[in-house]
Ligand binder design. Structure first.
Ligand code: NDP
Ligand code: 8X3
Length: 259
């Protein structure tokens, strides 16, 4: 049966790779992000490829704007209206400064995008899923929501929200055939660090230097797999890191002034 899959943040990284993955199946793909030019190029490629079996609908979306979310829903063509899978992927980190030095508007942008944007999309799509008693919401959290690191402050907080909200959704949806999954990747090489460091490519490249991070395709495979499991199987939370990444011990200052 043709699946309708809506991917936010489909212009880059995980979202783009997830679009390519689902495109190999008979599905109707809704590709949404702010960069319409990138979505246009992606849709053109998918529509013309002989190795894909999907149909695409692209739509400009800024998840921080309720009017943009409303417009997305209102302008869906008929065959894209019954959304089976929502991949709440649009998100970003901005900066790595300690909390007392941070640019407050960066915090606001992360909250508006990673939390409120995800809420807006969920609120817009979920009623239809409930009406049809069918669907799967896949939220993209992060290891940053589980394991705090210096400068991760608000970004980590937004991703902790995503995990908890995902669990709350599961609780609300008890008895309904609607799945909710939170996927929490660790270090992955996408445009993420370039955005975090506001276009400082050299600094972004350093994040991945000497490592083998997860690729966007690795994460897309996981997103696809959690959905491909039978409908009675709900992967609640899935944390994934590259093998080269793990936890450090608790930090202790040995230079702090003593009482
Ligand atoms: P990218 O920067 O490559 O992709 C981010 C995507 O989000 C882009 O398509 C961007 O599109 C979209 N986006 C950002 N802001 C908005 C907005 N206001 N409205 C709509 N779309 C928006 O990074 P990733 O692929 O790595 O990031 C995807 C998700 O994965 C994010 O939620 C991120 O926090 C999370 N993540 C990333 C990890 C990593 O190490 N890379 C690890 C764990 C989680 P556009 O700019 O065109 O709007
Ligand atoms: C992205 C992973 O460790 O850069 O969510 O925060 S990390």
């Amino acid at each position: 049966m043709t699946k309708v899959v809506l991917i936010t943040g489909a212009s880059s990284g995980f979202g783009e790779a997830t679009a390519r993955k689902f495109a190999q199946e008979d599905c109707n793909l809704i590709l949404a992000a702010r960069s319409l030019d990138k979505l246009t190029a992606l849709a053109k490629e998918l529509d013309s490829s002989t190795s894909t079996r999907c149909r695409t609908h692209i739509t400009a979306l800024d998840v921080t704007q309720q009017s943009s979310v409303d417009a997305l829903i209102a302008t869906l063509p008929d065959e894209f209206r019954k959304i089976d899978v929502l991949v709440n992927n649009a998100g970003l980190a901005l900066g790595l400064e300690p909390a007392h030095q941070v640019n407050f508007s960066d915090w606001e942008t992360m909250v508006d995008t990673n939390i409120k944007g995800l809420l807006r999309m969920t609120r817009a799509v979920l009623p239809g899923m409930v009406e049809r008693n069918s669907g799967h919401i896949i939220n993209i959290g992060s290891t940053a929501g589980n394991w705090p690191y210096p400068g991760g402050n608000t970004y980590g907080g937004t991703k902790a929200f995503v995990q908890n909200f995902s669990r709350g959704l599961r609780a609300d949806l008890l008895g309904k055939r609607i799945r909710v999954t939170c996927i929490e990747p660790g270090m992955s090489e996408t445009n993420f660090s370039n955005v975090r460091f506001k276009g400082d490519e050299a600094r972004a490249d350093k994040v991945y230097e000497g490592t083998q991070p997860l690729s966007a395709e690795d994460v897309a495979d996981i997103i696809h797999w959690v959905n491909a499991m039978p409908a009675h199987v709900n992967i609640n939370t899935l944390e994934v890191m590259p093998t080269c990444q793990t936890w450090s011990g608790l930090a202790v200052s040995r230079t702090m002034e003593q009482e």
